[in-house]
Design a protein. Structure first.
Length: 74
């Protein structure tokens, strides 16, 4: 489980770095790439929030499942 979390964390970091780099590149390219720049900028804000939300929901579900397992065992 720890190895899977570490791999997913590294993939998340690579994804975020790619988004930030693409935002910078599209900002420097000029007006022709404005729609792509805006999509990249939007993704730079939304993707970290989604990653956090998925992790939060996962922890809630895991905690609830472990408490239900303890109740049924007793």
């Amino acid at each position: 489980m720890k190895k899977t979390q570490r791999i997913l964390a590294i993939l998340g970091i690579v994804l975020l770095l790619g988004l930030y780099l693409s935002t910078l590149v599209f900002a420097l390219l000029g007006k022709d790439f404005f729609p792509v720049f805006m999509a990249s900028l939007f993704s730079s804000f939304v993707v970290p929030v989604l990653i956090w939300a998925y992790g939060f929901v996962y922890k809630l579900i895991k905690k609830r499942a472990s408490s239900e397992a303890e109740e049924t065992a007793s």
